[in-house]
Design a protein around this ligand. Sequence first.
Ligand SMILES: [Zn+2]
Length: 336
Amino acid sequence: MTNPLFSFRLTHLLVIALTLLPTSQAQAQWQTISEHVEFLQQPTKLRFYDSNQTLIKGDHCALMFDASGNFSAVEATIEHLKQTLNIPLCYLVASHFHDDHLLGMAVLQHYYPNAKLITHDQLAAEYPRFQQAFNDKLDSYEQSIELSFQRLAEQPKDKQSAWRDKLELAKTRLLRWRAYSLQPPEITVSDTLTLDLGNYPITINAYQAHTDADLMLYAEQNTILVGGDIVDYLPYPGHGNLSKWRELLSQLNHSTSAQIILPGHGAKLSNNELKQPLAFLTAIQQHVTANPEQDLTQLQQSFDQRFAKQYITDEISQKAYVMFLQAGLKRAKQSK
Ligand SMILES: [Zn+2]
């Protein structure tokens, strides 16, 4: 299978720009959710392109939920862990297969070889293709670096040496990352898994929603839900099981237990705010069902404008909204 998110996730240029940025500029901020839960939210500019991460700490073990698709950012996270964690990192959880949640696990696994990777059972079955995706991503970095070297001469003379230094640094990083590889999961979940992080129990459940193999994690007597892309405010529906996803969001929306919801992209939410992604996914499915004669372009044009008004707040959300809607309509039409 190709890597369908690549075209809209990080473009080559953005990838190289991120790789070259000093980490302080590209870095996300850690937020304290509770004594045991830290949330790393991506900066606004990257909110649709790279994932949030959650660190959960019990008395004896820590767990990292998801990894950034930007390997420099994963290395910055590792720095944070080395400086602040006084317990071992025992578990890594990949919420689903998309690049910006899974591929950075290779970097974490290199620095924490004893941490056990947890994935959905079905994701584990397809694991070799993700190692290929990791290699493909490094190949695209390499091409971007080569291209940038070739274009160096087009840069203003006084900027060339600074650019050359940045590109050399990018090359060094690339060489380092080439030595890493994605190690297969040691624990898989097909239904539900309970773990004790040391006087701190958590539950990981398997779903079919945003993809066919999603995981969500519940902590603090189910009051905190680490939901990955299932609970994104503007969800990417291109690989979703839209009917099951809507059912799940509806349950979560009506649930009184989860008070704090940590999504894969964007800021933390309340369960009441899940009305928005639920309404968006419902509108997509209903629009496709109601207009079987329309092609994708027509469906997109005739789609309820209310959502564009709600979702589009800047240039980045404009781009993401158009792409996500298109992917959702296509998915809903295919699933008919
Ligand atoms: Zn995703």
